[in-house]
Design a protein around this ligand. Structure first.
Ligand code: ADP
Ligand code: MG
Length: 566
């Protein structure tokens, strides 16, 4: 079989129709609702204890640290209160031996030490002053509360959060393995080491990177619109959105501010539809999953994110290479090979090694629209270990890579669509409008959806919206972060095409959805959550103090306190 025909056939296996998207959105909405009602569901819908998003007027100096997979970042962020900020940061690689240390203390002592070095380097004045104060003042803490740096701790490992600055490590991932830390509160582990160094720092907030993205975008986004969703499309994929407190019906331990009526929920959408009710499942997806460390888990993520797309491409290419009748990376196909040399696949080619193909080749394939596909063929040489690939080889890689990425982007769009629909944010005048539809009603609507009707409706809507300006109040703002969405050409456009295919959004709704990259999201977001946490401490104390005063004069403290909270 000719290579071009085979590439077309494989690419077609990754196609997702508009109808597939609608089914995906319906199931997504249903799983969101399930996760809000009880624990142990596929999508965890974790309450974050963050009860509001910023509006850009927040001010102050905060610290943020980010323990990701490879590096530890420490930064200080000056929020200027006008949607702008100044950020100073330092980054160190985490020594390999600490990733697998015997005790948690070894790792966290190292982290605290980096914070000390950072403070001495960048905030020495403040640091020295507070250190003296801390050592001389004779209150139990040894220092006044308002002189302490609040720190937001971005910790990108699975955590069971039990308070704004409390969360127990569920398990390590990404090559870390310190058994002693599992089940412990990671904020407390860090605070203990900070205290041993007598640093004027309080770990005020535990931050998930999606929540950080949401906060950072909400602070920097133009206009008054607050951001609805923060989403990551990087190594992994996940989203956090603003939910009504009344919709979180499963039990939530610990204290939180109820006055806003909202809470940010971390969806953990990477494990949406682990049961594969609606998700596509090609033979390549099935093989990737079978050979992964966690078969049957993170099934949505395995079709979307940077950690997996290169591997899907690798598996698909290898499956073609195994066919004797299809000449991929073989010379009988290279008669037009303008390199005039033999195509060879190195023995050490990443094509032969699981996980060895980086997803960035998908972006390069998409971006190269030149006649000779030189850039892509160069990349095939460096990233796939295939020298002198023919133009037909490159065309085949381009077509399959495109299909894999477009599918990923359309599924990403389905996730965003589901959140917009579930929250009812597109309904004008959210508070006075009728309540958003129930998940069951949305699922029913999507099932009964009539394609022909919709096609004509969409055309009409498209005509309606030509030249229509979207009002500022109608905008639904979304913050995104991650190399895939940032660097894959047209990723957002494919997401949008999927959103338009959903009747509850359509062409009119899609135009109201504004998507923006949240730059430096993890630092700024962590600072903003530390700020929220600091405010909570104050209001808690205020209410607590008031309660005591009221009790001393014999009034019903409960009612009075509630009045004050409003
Ligand atoms: P993290 O998720 O660790 O915060 P990134 O957002 O940078 O980091 O995502 C890294 C992931 O994105 C890796 O899996 C990498 O393969 C993938 N990636 C990096 N550059 C690109 C690109 N240009 N196009 C597509 N994927 C990319
Ligand atoms: Mg990231």
């Amino acid at each position: 079989m000719a290579l071009a025909a085979e590439a077309k056939r494989v690419a077609a296996e990754f196609e997702l129709t508009d109808n597939d998207i609608r089914k995906t959105v319906a199931e997504f909405v249903a799983e969101m609702a399930a996760g809000l009602a009880q624990d142990g569901t596929a999508m965890s819908q974790i309450p974050t204890y963050v009860t509001g998003v910023p509006n850009g007027t927040e001010k102050g100096l905060y610290l943020a640290v980010d323990l990701g997979g490879t590096n530890f970042r420490v930064c200080s962020i000056q929020l200027n209160g006008d949607t702008t900020f100044n950020l100073v940061q330092s980054k160190v690689a985490i020594p390999k031996e600490l990733m697998v240390a015997k005790t948690a203390k070894e790792l966290f002592a190292f982290l605290a030490k980096q914070i000390e070095v950072f403070l001495r380097t960048h905030h020495n004045d403040h640091f020295e002053k507070q250190l003296r104060r801390r050592q001389t003042v004779s209150t139990p803490e040894g220092y006044r509360d308002e002189h302490i740096f609040r720190l937001g701790f971005t910790f990108s490992f699975p955590v069971k959060q039990v308070g704004i600055n409390r969360g127990n490590l569920i398990r390590w991932t990404k090559g870390f393995n310190i058994q002693d830390a599992v089940g412990k509160d990671v904020c407390q582990l860090l605070q203990e080491e900070i205290d041993l160094l007598k640093l004027p720092v309080k770990v005020a907030a535990l931050v998930n990177d999606t929540v950080g993205t949401l906060m950072a975008r909400s602070y920097t986004s133009p206009g008054k619109t607050s951001t609805l969703l923060g989403a990551i499309f990087g190594t992994g994929t996940n989203g956090a959105y603003v939910e009504k407190l009344s919709k979180i019906t499963k039990s939530m331990k610990g204290d939180y501010d109820k006055s806003t009526g909202e809470m940010v929920v971390n969806t953990e959408w990477g494990s949406f539809d682990n049961g594969l009710k609606v998700l596509p499942n090609t033979e390549y997806d099935a093989q990737l999953d079978r050979d992964s460390v966690n078969p049957g888990i993170q099934m949505f993520e395995k079709r979307i994110s940077g950690m997996f797309l290169g591997e899907i491409l690798r598996i698909a290419l290898v499956s073609i290479m195994k066919r004797p009748d299809v000449p991929l990376f073989r010379d009988d196909n290279s008669s037009h090979n303008d390199y005039r040399s033999t195509t060879t696949v190195d023995e050490t080619s990443p094509l032969h090694t699981q996980w060895a193909v980086d997803s960035s080749i998908l972006s390069i394939a998409e971006a190269d629209n030149s006649v000779g596909l030189r850039a892509l063929r160069q990349q095939i040489e460096t990233s796939l270990g295939v020298s002198a690939a023919s133009i037909d080889d490159a065309r085949a890689v381009k077509e399959i890579a495109h299909a894999i990425a477009e599918r990923a982007a359309r599924l990403s769009g389905a996730a965003v669509a589901a959140i917009v629909i579930h929250t009812g944010r597109l309904n004008p005048g959210a508070s006075s409008a009728p309540q958003p539809k129930s998940a069951a009603a949305i699922v029913e609507d999507l099932k009964n959806f009539n394609l022909a009707e919709a096609a004509s409706a969409t055309t009409n809507k498209l005509a309606d919206t030509a030249g229509m300006a979207v009002n500022e109040e109608e905008i639904v703002d979304i913050g995104v972060d991650g190399s895939l969405v940032e660097f894959y050409p047209g990723y957002e456009d494919y997401m949008r095409a999927a959103m338009r295919a959903v009747p509850e959004i359509g062409a009119v709704g899609e135009r109201k959805i504004r998507i923006g990259i949240a730059k430096d999201g993890s630092g700024v977001g962590a600072a903003l959550i530390a700020l929220v946490a600091a405010k909570m401490e104050q209001s808690n104390n205020y209410v607590g103090d008031l309660r005591q005063r009221l009790e001393s004069v014999g009034e019903s403290s409960e009612e009075q306190a509630i009045v004050v909270e409003k």
